[in-house]
Design a protein around this ligand. Structure first.
Ligand SMILES: NC(=O)c1ccc[n+]([C@@H]2O[C@H](COP(=O)([O-])OP(=O)(O)OC[C@H]3O[C@@H](n4cnc5c(N)ncnc54)[C@H](O)[C@@H]3O)[C@@H](O)[C@H]2O)c1
Length: 440
């Protein structure tokens, strides 16, 4: 045991989880938690609920569950709130999303029907394919932020919550690059009063969350909190933040396979990825400006894992193409194909084909749960600012400017678990040499 144990406040009382966007991912998450609470199902895919953590030597035989090792909020203590541009409650939204079966939804219908979205901060300028009526109006973007701050305070009071976290699970916004107005808290606030175009709705939610002392996770690839102004504000206010873009489906596969190729010094000529999906997310991503945001997020992964500058003989100039095709008949049941052209000994070429018939929201829902619980833990451990140890959950992990993101899923998991050990003053586990992929 080392002596660096952080003071972690206990998870007493209720935890409010505020969801921005009450679509496929959010409703699958809420319905899932309610079903798990009623023992209708198990929390498959959730590290906080099912994962274990080894403490000490392998021979010590000390492998508690993560939720028994660190003080996490209990599922029974969670209350949900949401904003959406559509008025329908979570039950109707879940029926429309078509991810979960009617039978299951009927068993938790009371809880879902009572979750009605608050009016959203939204502008079609940032999500071209959507139009909804459940939208706030205000003099300028700062006034909209103030309305959100009021929503958060009201929600907390009405539901008797001790703590609140916010997760962005709303549609992907158009591609924005960081500019001058995103540089400092002062320039951001001025731009909000000026109603500047480079302030997207997601930034307004994030600002409102941080100002309210509410941790914020960004599940979409939007810029959002990945700007100096908001990371600085989060540090100043001691509020944990993290992003971007839930790592599910095809990118999850990439960050599992690519570290394996590199470990064996196998070369890569190209990786062609294409998807068909037919949910509302697919419809939004059919707009080139929203797709550009997603594409940037998906493309960065291979470059960082394979390090072509360090391994030019293996990875220089490999071709990486990502396509998403909106195809309504598939709904949320995406199909992702990968054609991977690799080469081995003496440059001999080989191919790998992956055909992943996945369910997007089924893969994303447990990530929402884990992020909410870990962010709440971080807040109680006084860990403000960027939470890089949660990179495990993201396609484009947010890092400080001077650091490249870590994409390798196994390094990410090791970092996450070592952070938990560190928080509790336990010895870190380094997995030297052959133990590298042998956690747990
Ligand atoms: N499902 C996955 O595997 C996955 C993976 C990575 C990222 N994501 C991202 O998560 C987000 C949610 O995905 P989904 O499948 O649930 O999409 P969805 O279209 O079903 O739901 C998004 C909801 O957000 C609402 N919305 C849009 N702008 C809003 C705003 N400003 N305020 C409040 N609500 C707003 C929409 O009306 C919609 O109901 C998307 O950005 C998607 O790209 C999903």
């Amino acid at each position: 045991m080392s002596d660096n144990q952080a003071d972690i406040a206990p998870a007493n009382g209720k935890l409010g989880i505020l969801l921005v966007g009450l679509g496929a991912v959010s409703t699958t998450f809420v319905a899932g938690v309610e079903a798990i609470k009623r023992d209708i199902s198990k929390p498959i895919g959730s590290l906080t609920q099912m994962g274990t953590i080894r403490l000490g030597k392998r021979t010590d035989n000390n492998v508690p569950r993560i939720k028994d090792f660190v003080p996490l909020a209990d599922l029974d203590d969670i209350v949900f709130g949401a904003w959406d541009i559509f008025e329908e409650n979570a039950f109707d939204a879940a029926m429309n999303a078509g991810v979960l079966e009617k039978d299951l939804l009927n068993q938790v219908s009371e809880q879902l029907s009572s979750l009605k979205p608050m009016k959203a901060v939204f502008s079609q300028k940032y999500v071209k394919r959507l139009e909804g009526k459940n939208v706030k109006t205000g003099k300028n973007k700062m006034e909209l932020a103030e309305q959100l701050i009021e929503d958060i305070a009201d929600f907390k009071q009405e539901n008797g919550c001790d703590r609140v976290v916010m997760v962005w699970a709303a549609s992907t916004e158009i591609f924005l690059t960081p500019g001058e107005i995103h540089e400092s808290v002062e320039s951001l606030e001025k731009a909000m009063y000026d109603d500047h175009d480079d302030i997207a709705p997601s930034m307004i939610y994030a600002y409102a969350a941080i100002k309210s002392g509410v941790p914020f996770a960004n599940g979409a690839p939007n810029l959002t909190v990945d700007i100096p102004a908001l990371t600085k504000l989060a540090e100043d206010e001691g509020v944990p933040i993290c992003g971007k873009d839930f790592k599910t489906g095809q990118t999850l596969m990439k960050t599992i396979l690519a570290p394996g190729f590199k470990s064996r010094m196998l070369g890569l000529d190209g990786w062609y990825s294409t998807n068909i999906l037919g949910n509302r997310d697919g419809e939004v991503l059919d707009d080139p400006e929203s797709f550009k945001t997603k594409e940037e997020s998906k493309l960065s992964v291979l470059e960082t894992i394979l390090q072509p500058d360090i391994y030019p003989d293996l990875y220089k100039d490999f071709s990486h193409v990502v396509r998403i095709n909106y195809y309504p008949p598939r709904g949320d049941n995406k199909e992702g194909w990968d054609n991977i052209d690799i080469f081995g000994w003496l440059g001999y070429k080989m191919q790998i084909k992956v055909d992943f018939l996945c369910r997007d929201s089924i893969l994303a829902a447990p990530l929402v749960l884990d992020l909410a619980l870990f962010l709440d833990l971080a807040k109680r451990a006084n860990m403000g600012g960027l939470q890089e140890w949660l990179s495990f959950y993201f396609k484009a992990p947010q890092t400080p400017d001077e650091l490249y993101p870590e994409h390798d899923l196994f390094i990410q998991l090791k970092k996450l678990k070592n952070t938990l050990r560190h928080m509790k003053g336990e010895d870190l586990i380094t997995h030297l040499g052959t133990e590298y992929y042998d956690e747990d």
